[in-house]
Design a protein around this ligand. Structure first.
Ligand SMILES: [Zn+2]
Length: 348
């Protein structure tokens, strides 16, 4: 099948897709922050107009990214209801990218430290999932990022909040935050307790720290999926293990190029080696509005740089869908819809 690059790019846009590594805070738009700054009567250096705020959003380094995230984005939220704006941004993002199913991380630690009620936030997430389903037919589920940044006790408290406040759309936990701030094995008890309580468990690993971090995540946390996992490229035995167990890797190409820890050019991204090795590869955007690349653009990046051909791109989209936490029946239904779009493309 080949009707030229442009038509395949159109197909990438049109195929109903799934995304499994996406942070709610990373979906925030300039408009929303500007709205919050005005509503909450805030003022931040270099953000006195929407134009200047836009410039601040165009981050070029990890330091600028962290500065924007802590000093502007997180500082703009003064009350639980402010999170509702994120739901609207998520809805627009999902529609724009033709994503029909998404699992989205939400990190409550900073908000709880600011005095927000977890149960109130969980209500907002649940209502948001229902609103998006009703208005756009898109299903979203949440994974609560218990966070590595503030240590195991904080993570355990976050887990208790999840267990004490069950919501249909909140299906599990993730371990995000600063990977270098502590080894995964410190979170073994938290993850064991989550598993015993039938929560799904995933964890970021091998984004910023070497293969040992991924080993720990598999051995101690029993994580079902690995966020990033790109440092596995340094360890053949680990690559074999990931292949044998078909543990999905949630790869976020632009995010990895941005952090530059293991790869700084798309042609050298280990995703191709992982795929060749027979490992389970999925593609995601991580923090789309902050890194300036949405899911559709991630696939286009891989396609235009000839990292993957047309059939491989479609295969990775299917892998991503089949790594989701929905029933096989639902996966098959979504993929059937995708195949209709693909077959129409092939026959045109
Ligand atoms: Zn992430």
């Amino acid at each position: 099948m080949s009707s030229g690059n442009d038509s395949f790019i159109q197909l990438i846009k049109n195929i109903p897709k799934a995304e499994i590594h996406l942070h709610l805070e990373g979906l925030i738009s300039v408009d929303t922050i500007w709205k919050l700054i005005q509503e909450n009567k805030l003022s931040f250096e270099g953000s006195d107009s929407k134009e200047n705020l836009k410039k601040r959003f165009a981050v070029r380094s990890l330091d600028e990214f962290i500065d924007l995230f802590i000093n502007v984005i997180q500082a703009s939220f003064l009350k639980e209801q402010d999170i509702e704006h994120l739901i609207n941004d998520a809805q627009e993002y999902l529609k724009r990218n033709n994503i029909v199913y998404a699992e989205i991380f939400f990190a409550p630690s900073k908000f709880i430290q600011s005095g927000f009620s977890y149960s109130h936030m969980a209500d907002i997430l649940q209502a948001g999932a229902e609103k998006i389903k009703e208005e756009s037919g898109i299903t979203i589920k949440f994974l609560i990022d218990v966070s590595r940044t503030f240590g195991p006790e904080n993570a355990d408290n976050n887990l208790s909040q999840v267990l004490d406040n069950p919501r249909e759309s909140i299906i599990g936990i993730g371990l995000g935050g600063s990977e270098s701030s502590g080894p995964a094995k410190d979170y073994e008890k938290v993850f064991n307790r989550a598993i015993k309580n039938n929560l799904k468990v995933v964890a970021h690993a091998g984004e910023d720290v070497g293969p040992e971090s991924i080993w720990d995540t598999i051995n101690y946390l029993k994580a079902e999926r690995i966020g990033h996992g790109i440092s596995a490229i340094e360890d053949n035995k680990l690559m074999d293990k990931l292949k044998e167990n078909q543990i999905p890797l949630e790869i976020c190409p632009t995010s990895n190029l941005f952090t530059r820890k293991y790869v700084s050019e798309i042609d050298k991204h280990p995703i191709r080696d992982f795929y060749n090795h027979g490992m389970y590869v999925t593609v995601n955007s991580d923090d789309p509005t902050l890194f300036g690349s949405e899911l559709t653009e991630e696939y286009i990046l891989l396609y235009e740089n000839k990292i993957f051909n047309e059939d491989e791109i479609i295969n990775i989209m299917k892998n991503t869908l089949f790594a989701c936490y929905i029933s096989d029946k639902q996966k098959k239904e979504i993929w059937k819809d995708a195949e209709k779009v693909i077959n129409k493309f092939k026959s045109s």
